[in-house]
Design a binder for this molecule. Structure first.
Ligand SMILES: Nc1ncnc2c1ncn2[C@@H]1O[C@H](COP(=O)(O)OP(=O)(O)OP(=O)(O)O)[C@@H](O)[C@H]1O
Ligand SMILES: [Mg+2]
Length: 485
């Protein structure tokens, strides 16, 4: 074995750059995160040729102290961690003190920064890790950092860069996630002079979703809010109709940091369960807030992955909260067995209704009318369970609660069935649109059963059908929760 030596700072930085600066998008991510940590309310990103020839990030944040400008490019130099225990309560996006030295090791960097609005700042230029310039300069408050010729001194890495379009795709992805994570910041992203993203920075997440995914898509998103002692969930979930072929539409944000976490993704997918077709994924922007001690962000060089200290509890809470919201929005049609005579059954898709108020009349209490009412109710009440006893029990329960009423059947009048408030809606075609609750008219009186011979007579059968409440007239919609836009 050769003699062991401590690597010099320059090589160490290039090695670190291999982890931190994988591609132009990683540079954008690190610089935007620095701007967010600096308290910027406006962040502008420009890129040229997929970020390989130029990346420029301008913010209106705190700026860097003139004396600290050079130090910021030293390895493990950070203003975000003061003592060891801070590592377990990280509230900033950066904390490793590795991004600037790593970027400066593999590119040509120019930093102009001012930490006050006096108009005086500092300019620093570094090429391949070597300081070229450090001077006073006129500058507005904030930081303006330009990265040119990324990987110019590491040809092996440059060779692995994909097409401009692919690199641009990765940068756009980073920008979208950052904008979704921080709706309170106004982001602008330009590539080769074309504006690809512009968010208002007013704090309205739905507006950012609209800017990224389009207005129509944003209209199909439903706000989610849930909270327990440890976690707060907010954001927007897409209804099951809006699916994607991969997980790219699933954004999970923890304490302002976009993260990837397998467990969380699985919890989201479990919540959607059978509502999604096979191999389709939902569109969702889920923001989680928790005490920083509940999440370890120091497990991935690019800080993309995290570890939760109470993972099962968090996943369970996420799953439950999404499922509860989805069940308010859609009703799952059930496949039930229906008797078609001669001992045969067929499977039919049936909507669910809740039996609440059948008509109470003397007739209903005795004989044939009771049978007629119950046999109709049986299928509706029990979601297709062909169990007359159970149906009768439910019908009886409904009768107890029923007020006396005239009960004339008419257009829109149900047969005494109404969906209780908050019950799920039938999912017929497009659960995407909020459904107004169907007004439930006074309970209808069902006609008595007719003798078999009468039922066979076409004219009578027709009239019986007219008397019977049309299926379409059944109350369908429960109180559809309106989308919160
Ligand atoms: N846009 C900026 N505005 C204000 N200060 C900045 C900005 N960018 C960098 N800094 C300062 O430079 C320091 C070093 O930045 P760098 O990104 O290398 O490390 P970090 O953000 O502390 O940690 P990490 O490596 O995890 O990103 C930061 O701690 C911060 O004090
Ligand atoms: Mg940083």
């Amino acid at each position: 074995m050769a003699k062991i030596v401590v690597l010099d700072e320059h090589i160490a930085n290039q090695i670190a750059a291999g982890e931190v600066v994988e591609r132009p998008a990683s540079v954008v991510k690190e610089l935007v995160e620095n701007a967010i940590d600096a308290g910027a309310t406006s962040i502008e990103v420009q890129a040229e040729e997929g970020g390989l020839s130029l990346i420029r990030v301008t913010d209106n944040g705190s700026g860097i102290e003139p004396d600290d400008c050079e130090t910021a490019f030293y390895r493990h130099a950070t203003s975000k961690l003061l003592q060891g225990r801070d590592l377990f309560q990280i509230r900033s996006l950066g904390f490793r003190g590795e991004a600037l030295p790593s970027i400066a090791a593999v590119a040509k960097v120019r930093l102009v920064t001012a930490n006050s609005d006096q108009g005086l700042g500092r300019a620093i230029e570094i090429e391949g890790g070597n300081l070229k310039l450090n001077e006073e300069i006129a500058a507005p408050q904030g930081t303006d950092i330009t990265i040119k010729e990324l990987f110019y001194n590491t040809p092996a890495r440059l060779k692995y860069m994909k097409t401009i379009q692919t690199e641009l795709g990765h940068i756009s992805d980073v920008m979208y996630r950052q904008a979704l994570s921080h709706p309170e910041i106004a982001f602008t992203f330009r590539h080769n002079g074309n504006t690809l993203l512009q968010s208002q920075g007013g704090g309205d997440l739905l507006q950012v979703i609209a800017a990224i995914y389009g207005v129509n898509t944003s209209k199909g998103m439903v706000a989610i809010e849930a909270e327990n002692l440890d976690y707060r969930i907010s954001g927007y979930i897409g209804l099951p109709e809006m699916t994607r072929s991969n997980r790219s539409g699933m954004s999970t944000i923890v304490n302002g940091r976009y993260i990837r976490n397998q467990g969380l993704h699985q919890a989201i997918l479990r919540a959607y369960h059978t509502l999604l077709p096979i191999n389709r994924y939902p569109l969702i922007v889920l923001t989680l807030d928790m005490h920083p001690s509940l999440v370890d962000v120091n497990v991935h060089p690019a800080k993309l992955e995290v570890r939760f200290s109470k993972e099962p509890e968090l996943n369970g809470f996420v799953e439950e909260s999404i499922r509860a919201l989805l069940s308010e929005q859609v009703l799952i049609p059930q496949v039930v067995k229906q008797n078609i005579g001669r001992g045969s059954t067929k499977a039919v898709i049936q909507e669910q209704f809740h039996f609440t108020r059948p008509e109470v009349t003397k007739d209903v209490e005795d004989g044939s009318r009771l049978v007629a009412a119950d046999s109709t109710a049986a299928r509706e009440v029990t979601g297709g369970i062909d169990n007359a006893a159970a149906a009768r029990e439910q019908a009886a329960a409904g009768r107890e609660a029923a007020p006396a009423s005239g009960g004339a059947a008419g257009p829109g009048a149900g047969a005494g069935y109404s969906a209780p408030a908050g019950a799920a809606q039938p999912r017929t075609r497009c659960a995407n649109k909020p459904r107004a609750a169907t007004p439930v008219a006074a309970a209808a009186v069902l006609p008595p059963l007719r003798p078999a011979a009468a039922r066979r007579h076409p004219a009578r059968t027709q009239s019986a059908r007219q008397e019977r409440p049309a299926r379409a007239a059944m109350p369908r919609a429960a109180e559809g929760k309106p989308r919160q836009l």
